[in-house]
Ligand binder design. Structure first.
Ligand code: GDP
Length: 818
């Protein structure tokens, strides 16, 4: 149409005419411009309906034109209009066609999806069928489940995929792949695969979507009946807040590889050693068809029996007594005196074993004494939540008076709400004045019976034994008032009184059973340690099979050394015990880390305030028993003035290890070994890193040294130098000499004149001098490293194969500590 119009008029601005102008605006205008600019004058108002451009164009042509021309133009206009209408119609038609097309495509896709669903369902059914068949055959012979099930499910599916999928052609690629991956588990992993792509492409967003889609899918499956193709044992999987992949597999009793694979299909690229969160783990657990039981970390402790005892199960138990008092007021003497006369079933002259507690019998009643005098043990136990003591016997020397530690003991007992009995000791001494003690106690709100109060007081003498019976009676009476009861029928619960790493026996803990009965073979958790009772040794040193309430026993079979005050609980399984111990260890670590951070901050603040004047003496303490370590820590904490403070970096029981050295090195601290030694790697590390190790066997010496160091008053001292180590290979008896050790000098030299120490598992057993040093038959002065020799100790016989002899010299040197 436009072509026609354009041709006819030619010449005079013909190109400008007609609908072409309107339709292809630019072209029309160009033509007009060339031909008709001069005449552009008359404005024709007629074609008002048209756009301005058209008006202009027409106006241009109209000027000086004939009617015929006008007609033609009108006609052209009409035609233009007509074409416009036509155009609109065509557009609508096209639009409709497109709409139809879209609808058709939608229907097509829907169809395809439906087909796919059906196909997946069919595949699943087939897989199930195969699985069933296999199981049937397996009844007789065992056949691998998964590898066999997967391919059988695979085949029909792939064949099916080829059919319908080939037809629609669009969106096939990804879908087909999805289906493939979904096959083994009946399309269940399809979403997972998609998620992998998403995760790879879209990072976090992808993962989020994947989790959501997984949930939806699972929801669908839950509603839609059986979701797991393989019928297997459904387990309830305990799921903590985080879990290591391998552990997750373990708890589900699934193969680790299968779990890792499942995780990958859910968009989690992890290895078996990685930790995943509970949400993710839950999806996997459900995917494997198990049940989830969410547990909080602290829930692991819940297995510990917390059932209330029934009244009829409760029986009377012996009271547990701690003796407290000022130093030198006679605590130890009193304990010894009581023990000597009254040890339960003590054979004549029978040697009692020091296990940290013992039982005595008085007036038909059994009393359990904690053989750990001192307030440190009492408080540290209480601090750990083990309220062991029922009665405190406060010893006050009649020839002395109420002293600082007496007051401290009173406060401890009061704080713990434990009743006290006052033992006014040393009544045999000439200047003894029991009444002065009583009046002085009044000032501290301890009103004894003599002063018409309710605190029992007994005059005793540890030396003569006077009043001991009365004291025990008083204790028994107090115990009666307390009506102490326990249930021996339940699983045991106890408190660690002392623990140490014993030579040959491993970690040993003296436990006071508080409730229940502890038996051999019981599985327990104690503090951060756990174990299985291998043997129980009572205070007589005899092996027993069980220990009831208030009975102290040594427990063997721990996996590590617990701390005094740790609570022991018997649990059902080793897994539980281990889990609780691990949880506690982690919790303690976290706490220490948090505390460490706080200290650092505190220190920074303190330092900022107090300027550089204050310096700190950091030390690391290792001791042979928990009690010593605690005593040292307490003593150290008391040292210090405005200028210097002692900071205990770490204190523990056992040999000094490499990790101790590392820790010490980090803070430039010396390592204090109290009756323990550094093992070989630790010694090497200390030498290499320049960490000072100092050994002590008397707390007083240690405190003194630290005090001196702290106040900068280091003078010349006697310093020990280690010159050699020898290992005992053989022990034999030589008449006239006694036990002789056949040794190999492993390090340095052995010197006859030097001091020697006997170490067993890096713990000092004996310190003394050598009686003989022999090489072959001859007495020699020195034996070099790598050579064999015979050694015998002066007045010491208990030597064993495997013990190590430490050879050292003493010399006076400048103090180097601090
Ligand atoms: P602890 O520090 O409280 O354990 O006191 P000890 O038991 O070590 O006794 C300190 C000192 O007092 C030792 O020399 C004992 O021999 C002495 N001692 C303890 N009890 C008596 C007593 O009843 N009479 C006399 N005369 N001396 C005593």
């Amino acid at each position: 149409m436009s072509d026609q119009d354009g041709k006819k008029p030619l010449g005079l601005g013909g190109g400008a005419r007609s609908g072409t102008v309107k339709q292809s605006f630019a072209r029309g205008r160009t033509n007009n411009v060339v031909v008709e600019t001069k005449r552009k004058r008359v404005a024709v108002p007629k074609p008002a309906a048209q756009s301005a451009a058209v008006v202009n164009a027409q106006g241009g042509k109209k000027s000086g034109t004939t009617d015929a021309e006008m007609d033609r133009r009108l006609k052209a206009l009409q035609m233009a209009k007509a074409r416009e209408a036509e155009d609109a119609e065509r557009r609508a038609r096209e639009e409709k066609e497109r709409e139809d097309e879209r609808a058709r495509r939608r229907a097509e896709i829907e169809n395809k999806e439906r087909e796919e669903r059906e196909r997946a369902e069919l595949a699943r059914q087939r897989a199930e069928e195969d699985e069933r068949r296999q199981r049937e055959t397996r009844e007789g012979k065992t056949a691998p489940i998964e590898p066999a099930a997967a391919p059988t499910a695979d085949k029909p599916d792939r064949q099916r995929n080829l059919g319908p999928d080939a037809r629609p052609g669009r969106n096939d690629g990804p879908r087909k792949r999805d289906d493939d991956s979904g096959k083994p588990r009946g399309g269940e992993r399809r979403g997972g695969k998609l998620t992998v792509n998403q995760a790879l492409a879209g990072g976090e967003g992808g993962r989020q979507r994947s989790l959501a889609s997984m949930r939806r899918k699972q929801e669908r499956q839950r509603r839609g009946g059986p979701s797991t193709p393989q019928e297997k044992v459904t387990r309830t999987v305990k799921l903590p807040e985080t879990i290591v992949v391998s552990e997750l597999a373990n708890r589900m009793t699934e193969r680790v590889a299968a779990v890792v694979k499942a995780l990958m299909q859910n968009g989690m690229m992890v290895t078996q050693n990685q930790v995943i969160d509970a949400d993710t783990a839950e999806l996997i657990i459900e995917e494997f068809g198990h049940k989830v039981q969410r547990v909080s970390e602290a829930d692991v402790e819940q297995v510990i029996d917390v059932v209330e005892d029934k009244a009829e199960d409760l029986v009377e138990r012996a009271p547990v007594i701690t003796i407290m008092g000022h130093v030198d007021h006679g605590k130890t003497s009193l304990l010894d005196a009581i023990r000597k006369t009254k040890v339960v079933s003590g054979e004549a002259g029978g040697i009692t074993q020091h296990i940290g507690a013992y039982q005595v019998e008085a007036g038909g009643k059994t009393l359990s004494f904690l053989d750990t005098p001192g307030h440190a043990a009492f408080t540290s136990m209480r601090a750990r939540g083990a309220q062991v003591t029922d009665i405190v016997v406060l010893v006050v020397a009649a020839d002395d008076a109420v002293m600082p530690q007496t007051i401290e003991a009173i406060n401890h007992a009061k704080a713990a709400g434990v009743p006290m009995i006052i033992a006014i000791n040393k009544m045999d001494v000439a200047g003894a004045d029991s009444n002065r003690v009583r009046t002085e106690l009044l000032q501290h709100e301890v009103i004894v019976e003599e002063m018409s109060g309710d605190v029992q007081d007994v005059e005793v003498s540890a030396h003569t034994g006077k009043g001991l019976d009365k004291l025990l009676e008083a204790i028994a009476l107090q115990a009666e008032i307390l009506e102490l009861k326990a249930n021996p029928k339940r699983a045991a619960q106890g408190a660690v009184i002392e623990a140490q790493l014993d030579v040959g026996r491993g970690p040993v803990a003296t436990v006071l059973v508080q409730n229940g009965t502890l038996r051999r073979g019981d599985i327990f958790v104690v503090g951060e340690q756990w174990g299985k009772v291998r043997a129980l040794v009572n205070d007589q040193g005899a092996r027993v099979n069980e220990a009831g309430p208030s009975v102290p026993v040594e427990v063997l079979g721990l996996n590590g050394t617990p701390e005094a005050g740790d609570v022991l609980n018997v649990v059902e399984t080793e897994a539980q015990a281990r889990e609780i111990a691990e949880y506690r260890e982690q919790a303690a670590k976290d706490k220490r880390a948090a505390a460490g951070a706080a200290t650092t901050l505190d220190q920074m603040m303190a330092k900022a305030k107090e300027d550089q004047g204050v310096s700190e003496l950091p030390i690391l303490v290792k001791a042979d028993v928990q009690g010593s370590a605690e005593a040292i820590v307490q003593a150290m904490e008391k040292i210090g003035n405005e200028e210097v403070r002692v900071r205990i970096l770490h204190s523990g029981v056992g040999a000094i290890t490499e990790s101790d050295i590392t820790l010490a090195e980090a803070s430039d601290a010396p390592v204090i070994g109290f009756n323990v030694r550094a093992n070989a790697p630790a010694r090497a590390a200390a030498n290499q890193k320049g960490v000072e190790i100092r050994y002590y066997s008397v707390i007083y010496d240690l405190v003194d040294d630290i005090k001196q160091a702290a106040s900068g008053l280091l003078s010349a001292e006697i310093k020990e130098t280690f010159i050699g180590y020898a290992e005992i290979r053989e022990v034999f008896k030589v008449t006239g000499v006694g036990q002789v050790a056949g040794c190999l000098v492993t390090e340095g030299i052995a010197r006859r004149s030097a001091g020697v120490r006997l170490l067993r598992d890096n713990v000092v057993i004996h310190e003394g001098t050598l009686k003989t040093l022999k090489r072959f038959k001859d007495e020699v002065k020195e034996v070099q490293s790598g050579q064999e020799c015979g050694m015998a100790f002066e007045r010491y016989e208990d030597i064993r194969v495997g013990d190590v002899i430490e050879i050292f010299t003493r010399e006076e040197v400048e103090r180097t500590l601090a």
